[in-house]
Design a protein around this ligand. Sequence first.
Ligand code: ADP
Length: 261
Amino acid sequence: LKTGNPFKKLNDEIFVYVARKQKEIDELKKMEQFRREFLADVSHELKTPIFAAQGFIHTLIDGAVDDEFVRDKFLAKAARSLDGLDALVQDLVALSQLETGELKMHFDRLDIRQIIDEIFEQLESLANARQTTLKIKTTYLGPVWVKADRQRITQVMTNLIQNAIKYGNENGKVVVSLEEDGKKHIQVTVKDDGPGIPPEHLSRIFERFYRVEKSRSKEQGGTGLGLAIVKHILNAHKTKITVTSRLEKGTEFRFKLDKEG
Ligand code: ADP
């Protein structure tokens, strides 16, 4: 039918318009669902340290304060809960700024090797407590120059190295490797020889508040946001992080950074 239906064009346009609007509505619904779940997660995560601190303080008020030993123990526990709350709020602010793109990156030429040395120094007492050895492996003799945001890349490296110490074995070894990857990139690897992550959890560990072992993570002072922050920061550096893990062998996180002359 060459002449066709005069309304066909209009009909098609309406069809396309309705389909587009339906897609927009679906996306908005998804965002709303996501926002609701996030709010529920955040409230739950905030309540935990608040309730704990409240509990310790009320027990002190109700009389535990009279026993010097119990008092000190409960005060220390309350302080630990509030430290956890502080870490959580800081991570939440960082994550929300990263997600809205509010946090502008400042790219500089920096020596990633020096940054790792500084982080090793800062994490020395944690590593000692777990009797973990920290090592840098590289064929570079001097500085390893990359283009990155100093503060944010420090946060990425700190989160990964801290996790490797926390979730690796006691008496374990954490190795950070810096290798040349073609002319333009440096490959960064953070590797531990810990118990590893079961395959069914591996694809989910970058989600906010996802923990393989909830109690273990909390006991170690984890907010459950570390890897989500890592992923976002590396995204802003136009690079992706990958993870491989073998049970009883260990876990390895990898990403590339731009080399800088
Ligand atoms: P958390 O604050 O709980 O450490 P992260 O986002 O940094 O949160 O990590 C998410 C979860 O991934 C952790 O709770 C832990 O179960 C797991 N995980 C992270 N790094 C390692 C690792 N190197 N070895 C084993 N498990 C790990």
